[in-house]
Design a protein around this ligand. Sequence first.
Ligand code: FA5
Length: 330
Amino acid sequence: MMEKLRTIRDAAEAALGDATGPDALEAWRVEFLGTNGQVRGLMNALKDLPRDQKPQMGKALNDLKETLEACFAQAQGRLSATATGPSIDVTEPGTAVHQGRRHILTRTIDEVVEVFSRMGFTAVDGPEVEDEWHNFDALNIPADHPARDASDNFFLASDGGIRRLLRTQTSTVQIRTMEAQRPPLKVVAVGRVYRPDTHDATHFSMFHQIEGLCIDRGLSLTDLKSALIGFARAYFGPDAEVRMRPSYFPFTEPSAEVDMKMLVRGHMQWVELGGCGMVDPNVLSAVGIDPEEWSGYAFGLGIERVAMRRYGIPDIRWLFENDARFLRQF
Ligand code: FA5
């Protein structure tokens, strides 16, 4: 039987050399490795062998089968490499690959900061968990002011006697910057702020603001307005306009609401984006800056409102639903 096995191996190797096309190769496989092929024939004959020869023959047969299978795979590889004509239809439409992209709010933040940095503002940062000094006291918000109500803030557990809260505005970064750096200063800070507002088309309980602060000698409302106009024209287009409506913020005097006129669905429209004003002397004094020598202006704009106007998004909630069908449009 060992002799027969060698004969089959020699015959198979010789025949494989002659199998130059796919049909011949398949015929070779059927002849030697098929269910009625020569190797299987020998395997069937195993049972008739004397018991003591079975293990040795069984192993030899398995080796033969593996050798022939490897030869077959090799020959198949050789044939497909030399096959003529394309093996795939390159004219078939491909499968679209969806590329990820940055969230529309992240892009808006980057664009807005880029515009301000071209105007000479440096980006700074501050914490989202704040103490009452930075969120209220230093911003000239009196102890009995309704803005401090528990119902208007997300207060956290006290920490060593200091009450902490999620900041309600990026104006906190004005204070942190003035505590850390001496004037002149020209900075912007973007970040998340938190208010227990009811969710609707224009309000969310977590949103983003961009804060601007400039401290120098002899600044006036004209400087504030030209900074806002500079931003509006660079970001919304050369026809954009800025309007300031008298308002009240404890940390600025005088104070104003900022509206910008821009193209909204084909029409120029006034849109309210935030607040602004000249930094109140009390705020400068609170951080040890002499209000007799230095003056400043500040503004705070809602980033979601900016993005909604720029991209025609009618509902703020869509920005936070993470629906890929919505996000993929931008
Ligand atoms: C302020 O937060 C002031 N800190 C702005 C400021 C800065 C004034 C510096 C003076 C000097 P106000 O509460 O109006 O102001 O909020 C500013 C903007 O944040 C709003 O105009 C609006 O665009 C946005 N905003 C306010 N509440 C929400 C909300 N719940 N959801 C989304 N955006 C909001």
